[in-house]
Design a protein around this ligand. Structure first.
Ligand code: 5GP
Ligand code: ZN
Length: 117
């Protein structure tokens, strides 16, 4: 586990390989895996390796990471067979509907109807 990890955080545990997940991509900045409760035919989570709590904690030093996450999604959606468009969502804080307090981007795709979103 790296120094930026929170030992009690479920996404830090997945990043460290201590909790299993259906991973679809890993690089030096992010780990991407299928959501355990998918809302759409394809529903993956892009999780920075670094434990950043939410978008509310983001500063200029995170611009490259966020750009990387945003720009990675089209490639991943293609690789996952999504052809009809997709949706990228980041929930922030209680009122933003964030449940896991480790910054992450949802990427949804596949034929509608979806369960949510
Ligand atoms: P949030 O509401 O914080 O934006 O979204 C958290 C997401 O993480 C939810 O869609 C939830 O299903 C997913 N999730 C929570 N715990 C786990 C887990 O242990 N494994 C996986 N793969 N997804 C999880
Ligand atoms: Zn974490």
């Amino acid at each position: 586990m790296n120094n930026d990890a929170d030992p009690d955080c479920i996404f830090c545990k997945i990043v460290a390989g201590r909790v299993p997940a259906k991973k679809v991509h890993e690089d030096d900045q992010v780990v991407v895996f299928h959501d355990i409760h998918p809302w759409a035919p394809v529903h993956v989570l892009l999780v920075p390796r670094q434990h950043i709590v939410s978008m509310a904690e983001v500063g200029p030093e995170h611009q490259a990471l966020l750009g990387h996450m945003m720009a990675l999604v089209p490639r991943l959606m293609r690789e996952l067979g999504v052809t009809g468009g997709f949706r990228q969502v980041i929930n922030t804080g209680r009122d933003g509907g964030q449940e896991v307090m480790h910054l992450h981007m949802h990427a949804f795709g596949g034929p509608r109807p979806w369960q949510r979103g």
